[in-house]
Ligand binder design. Structure first.
Ligand code: R5P
Length: 295
């Protein structure tokens, strides 16, 4: 199964998910070349898909080294390109590696690619984890959990010696809460959801926090861990200090994990519309990999 094909399907439902400026860009395509398949009538990636792939390929090229044996694979619509590029490193290299998924989707990706599956209970330390993000600020704080995977994602981020984010240009923001407006994803044990909602509405300043409801299934979204998800919108001003918001939510009894990842990443890779890749590092450096040399 081609990861690109898998992504095209998933992108139909995730490309505009929760984003202020998502929808108008969904059908825009690159003029030529960036997807490498445009000639001959084959599939052309949308601008956003091409940006995701650029970010993923560049991050893998710069960070997934031959000596890396235990590799965490994140969730979302950018991660299949990560797996795609890792597979391109060759059967011989990958034969000696174990891949740890952050949920059902990445488990399927690993299995479909013929890679060896492991879990974090077998491998409590991971060489490198690469994952997507819903939004990343200039200090490398990020919102994750748009796909309800943030509990396992945070465990794998914390277990990793190196945690790398990959995303398209829409996710590169100065302040969280700029483009991703669905709110901070919060995983809660089911029986406590209404109590946590009450806390968010009346004590933590998120009056529009709501239980995430399923599509094509009656009732709420249920995470891979059997829990419910609350999406809690906060203003840019509130999210200018994301660690305080994270700590306040996490202290609420019934909360399992919060989709705010504060300063966990070593670097974030953003694929840009012009084919370049912006790299933000945890020491404040910002690099731009020009389109000619990016993946
Ligand atoms: O729960 C989902 C994860 O946190 C994803 O990594 C995040 O939602 C970004 O996904 P995408 O790359 O599809 O925008």
């Amino acid at each position: 199964m081609s990861p690109s094909t898998t992504y095209s399907k998933s992108s139909a439902t995730t490309a505009g998910r929760g984003y202020l400026n998502g929808s108008p860009l969904k059908s825009k395509s690159l003029a030529s070349g960036v997807d490498g398949k445009a000639a001959g009538g084959m599939e052309t990636l949308s601008l956003i898909e091409a940006s995701k792939r650029l970010a993923a390929y560049t991050a893998v090229d710069q960070h997934v080294k031959p000596e890396h044996r235990i590799i965490g694979i994140g969730s979302g619509s950018t991660v299949p390109y990560v797996v795609d590029r890792i597979v391109q490193q060759g059967v011989e290299l990958n034969a000696g590696r174990v891949f740890i998924p952050t949920g059902f989707q990445s488990r399927q990706l690993i299995v479909a690619a013929g890679l060896t599956l492991g879990d974090v209970d077998q491998y409590p330390t991971i060489d490198i984890t690469i994952d997507g993000a819903d939004e990343v600020d200039h200090n490398l704080n990020c919102v994750k959990g748009g796909g309800a995977c943030h509990l396992r994602e945070k465990v794998l981020a914390e277990a990793a010696h190196t945690f790398i984010l990959v995303a398209d240009y829409r996710k590169n923001v100065q302040f969280l809460g700029t483009n991703y407006l669905s709110g901070v994803p919060i995983e809660v044990v089911p029986f406590a959801y209404n109590k946590v909602l009450h806390n968010l509405h009346h004590s933590l300043g998120s009056p529009k926090a709501a239980l995430r409801m399923a599509i094509k299934k009656a009732g709420p979204v249920v995470s891979d861990n059997g829990n419910f998800i609350i999406d809690a919108p906060f203003t840019q001003e509130q999210l200018a200090d994301p660690y305080t918001v994270l700590a306040q939510i996490k202290m609420l009894t019934g909360v399992v994990e919060v989709g705010l990842f504060c300063k966990m990443a070593k670097a974030a890779y953003f694929g840009n519309e012009d084919g370049s890749v912006t790299v933000r590092w945890d020491d404040g450096r910002v690099e731009v990999v020009p389109s000619a040399t990016s993946a």
